[in-house]
Design a protein around this ligand. Structure first.
Ligand SMILES: Cc1cc2nc3c(=O)[nH]c(=O)nc-3n(C[C@H](O)[C@H](O)[C@H](O)COP(=O)(O)OP(=O)(O)OC[C@H]3O[C@@H](n4cnc5c(N)ncnc54)[C@H](O)[C@@H]3O)c2cc1C
Length: 306
């Protein structure tokens, strides 16, 4: 029996765990990946907006986080695959067969990349679909590529790919890019990047690997094909809430709904970080949510024992 089981070891889950540890709670964190850090592992640019700490990229930021995590006294299980959660009963079953019982559950499962759902996207996974512009850099160097999306992630990916690709075509739906100003300005200065606003990619084509995309511009009657060897889909995120579907109240996009104490509509079940925060998904809000949940949990446990 643990006081708290936290699901997810991104900034939200780790912040909650650090506070739970400081407040003397018996805490277990379950992370499905072999690595902790969540989206920090996908941040390739500098992090300059977290109070008091700057880092050249997410990995360096995570190193500082990890130092604190290693010094703390909570349990952290990596590669922990959860088969089932019963939020009312506060029971978690792992695929390995273990069953865990706790008094509180904290959901910190974050978000994942949204898929477009167009033909070719799934079929060419690993064969021209770009997962990471830094990790896949060598593979796509010297190739023409396409990035789909108009937000920060799309702009950052286009800029990173432009360092090694002869042409980068950025296709996005709106009239203006949604990416932060700093990225938009950098895009303008790159001659190899072409931006197609008010446009969509309708198909990804090829035989063995990606060979072309089909693009439909808003005012055009017919789509046209453009030869590319790589496609990065960066059209936003969706919450990782499948595990708890039907057990707590979610908004229409699947994000967890919480009170100002980060509690869901199931007593003693909390949600923190991006999984409940579509409006301000940042490291600092994730960390703040984690702190709030830990403090509320500690005070409830104290009330119970006094
Ligand atoms: C490219 C990029 C740039 C960014 N730049 C910045 C920036 O400059 N400043 C800033 O403040 N923020 C930035 N962010 C956002 C920031 O990274 C997120 O807001 C933050 O990571 C959210 O933390 P989280 O813990 O809520 O979720 P996540 O980081 O998504 O972590 C969730 C964790 O839960 C795990 N998980 C999911 N499902 C399960 C399950 N069923 N069982 C067990 N574990 C599970 C995941 O594997 C993951 O480790 C950026 C994000 C990206 C992608």
């Amino acid at each position: 029996m643990h006081d708290v089981v936290i699901i997810g070891a991104g900034p939200a889950g780790l912040s909650a765990a650090l506070w739970c540890d400081e407040l003397g709670l018996d805490t277990l964190v379950l992370e499905q990946q072999a690595e902790i850090g969540g989206q920090l592992n996908s941040i390739h640019g500098p992090i300059e907006n977290y109070p008091g700490l700057r880092a050249p990229n997410g990995q360096e930021f995570l190193k500082k986080f990890s130092e604190r995590v290693e010094a703390a006294d909570f349990d952290l299980w990596r590669s922990a695959e959860i088969a089932k959660v019963d939020l009312k009963a506060k029971r978690v079953e792992l695929l390995s067969g273990e069953a865990l019982q706790s008094i509180f559950i904290v959901i910190a499962t974050g978000v994942r990349r949204r898929q477009l759902g167009i033909p070719g996207e799934k079929e060419f996974a690993g064969r021209g679909i770009i997962e990471s512009p830094t990790r896949d850099r060598a593979q796509f160097a010297g190739q023409d590529v396409c990035v789909i999306g108009g937000g920060d992630a799309a702009a950052e990916n286009a800029l990173l790919l432009a360092e090694v690709c002869p042409t980068v075509t950025l296709v996005h739906r709106s009239r203006k890019l949604k990416a932060r100003r700093e990225f938009a300005e950098q895009l303008q200065g790159q001659h190899c990047i072409t931006v197609f606003p008010e446009s969509g990619v309708t198909r990804i084509l090829g035989s063995d690997r990606v060979e072309a995309v089909e693009i439909l511009r808003k005012d055009a009657l017919k789509p046209f094909q453009m030869a590319v060897r790589g496609v990065a889909v960066r059209i936003g995120v969706e919450p990782n809430t499948e595990l708890i579907h039907g057990q707590i109240q979610l908004d229409e996009q699947g994000f967890a709904l919480v009170t100002s104490e980060q509690e869901t509509d199931v007593t003693n079940v909390f949600a923190i970080g991006d999984v409940c925060n579509p409006l301000a998904p940042t490291i600092s809000t994730a960390s703040g949510n984690g702190t709030t949940a830990a403090k509320i949990i500690a005070s409830r446990l104290q009330q119970k024992s006094s």
